[in-house]
Design a protein around this ligand. Sequence first.
Ligand code: F6P
Length: 342
Amino acid sequence: MKIGILTSGGDCPGLNAVIRGSVLKGIKAYDHTFVGFRDGWRGVVAGDAIQLPRETVRGISKQGGTILGTSRTNPFDGPCGGADNIRATLNTLGVDALIAIGGEGTLTAAKRLSQEGLKIVGIPKTVDNDLAATDYTFGFDTAVEIATEAIDRLRTTGESHHRCMVAEVMGRHAGWIALHAGMASGAHAILIPEQRVDADQIAAWVQQAQDRGRAPLVVVAEGFIEHGHTAAHSERGLDTFGRPRLGGIADKIALEIESRTGIETRTTVLGHIQRGGVPSAFDRVLATRLGMAAVEAIAHGQWGTMVSLKGTAIESVHFDEALGRLKTVPQERWDEAKFLFG
Ligand code: F6P
């Protein structure tokens, strides 16, 4: 069988480990051959593929990014997009099945293509950890590690200047990165999209920390929704899937803090730093296992499914179960964390 692999949507650490896991398992267990589509769905739509013999995946698990490149291309857009055109392109290349590695946007497109008869197995990836039907996505552990290290650094400069430091982390509409990095770094307030907190409460937590002689530390998720607002702060338009680009809420929070407490406040938006560099060992292992499991799913003809982590086991779940709802931070995780604030 000839299998095409694509990495699509925002990159994250661990993508190369998946590619390696799939290629090694496929070659060794089934004598498959592999091609890699360049830049996600763009490469599939354009028929832009490279051969992936074993040598091309040698030693790549520890490399950040993706050797195949990625994009936020929607495979249904453009004159060569859509299921019929893609089927014809795959036939021309002799590709029998696809492994689509991506987050919500990528896998939703994969689901639609698979409903139209294409043979696809999905692999979940995203630093946001917001995909339902998998306990963790690879990339998340690394992002939390990077964010925690950065926030620890903000803490020391904040302490020197007796300032309040506000760190903004990614996560889109889920507060996982903020919750984990905030808890790990001992933040005095963690603000996540799932919970509304008014500015007076945020200021009170900051003030309490300062009153104890601490330099207040606030971690805010980019998708946090300010009290009295109905949507997350977005000032950079929509992405190709029509979703608002987030970012910049930290500055608004800092102004509210300063005006209420008078404490000098600085903001840092960690941004794409959280997606760069080498994957953690946890992410490498998870990604490798998912990559191998996708080849098994193909061997069993489990089209229209996504491999996922359940506890410590890797299972296959149907796209219907995995998509359409986000895995957000549950109430009990917030209630648990709140005891640490202030
Ligand atoms: O979904 C991953 C993610 O990093 C989000 O946390 C963030 O909102 C978005 O992608 C940023 O997208 P881009 O890389 O297109 O700026």
